[in-house]
Design a protein around this ligand. Structure first.
Ligand SMILES: O=P(O)(O)OC[C@H]1O[C@H](OP(=O)(O)OP(=O)(O)O)[C@H](O)[C@@H]1O
Ligand code: HPA
Ligand SMILES: [Mg+2]
Length: 172
């Protein structure tokens, strides 16, 4: 049976999410902002974050997957759900649960830029630099994390554990 070790509690995360939302609200005052959540992992982070924002936003999702039932990236990003919002001349903020190798976010930044937005920035709950293989800049980060595979608060291993309120290290 996989072993779960507590890493971040729901209370820790709630405080950080509120703090990052204050920063985003201040930076985007008076601008037309579209948040794009990357499914599935970002669904919980995105839903908590939007409720702390004090600026008007539109919300959309894109689905990209590359991990499947492994703990390492397949290296192939597949978009299985496209955005539905016209982001031309709008400010786009991509919402990610975790940036690991950086392959997913690198691919999606280029993809979203092709729609002609005014700007594209990235907000990630977790920034794990251990396995980074591409040079991506992350504009808003809640936690920089060291290593190990994390689950809970939206993050999965083989589609399990997304519903855990906190975040845990997974030992297989
Ligand atoms: O930086 P990377 O190495 O590309 O890893 C990060 C991506 O991997 C996970 O998605 P996954 O492919 O597991 O899909 P999911 O969100 O549906 O779990 C995670 O949610 C990120 O989108
Ligand atoms: O640590 C992780 N946990 C869950 N999904 C992931 N996708 C990339 N890294 C991770
Ligand atoms: Mg996953």
């Amino acid at each position: 049976m996989p072993e779960l070790t507590p890493f971040l509690t729901k209370d820790d995360i709630d405080k950080k999410v509120a703090e990052i939302a204050r920063k985003i609200s201040s930076d985007y005052q008076g601008r037309e902002l579209v948040l794009i959540g990357i499914l599935k992992g970002a669904f919980i982070f995105m839903s908590d974050l939007v409720r702390h924002l004090t600026v008007p936003v539109q919300v959309d999702f894109i689905r990209a997957a590359s991990y499947g039932s492994e703990t390492s990236s397949s290296g192939t990003i597949t978009i299985t759900k496209e955005i539905e919002t016209d982001v031309k001349n709008k400010h786009v903020l991509i919402i990610e649960d975790i940036i690991d190798t950086g392959l997913t976010i690198g691919y999606l930044i280029d993809h979203l830029k092709s729609f002609g937005p005014k700007s594209v920035r990235v907000c990630a709950l977790l920034d794990k630099k251990e396995r980074r293989s591409t040079n991506v800049s992350v504009d808003y980060v809640c936690y920089t994390v060291e290593n190990g595979f994390l689950v809970g608060y939206g993050l999965d291993y083989a589609e399990n554990y997304r519903n855990l309120p906190g975040i845990y290290h997974l030992k297989l």
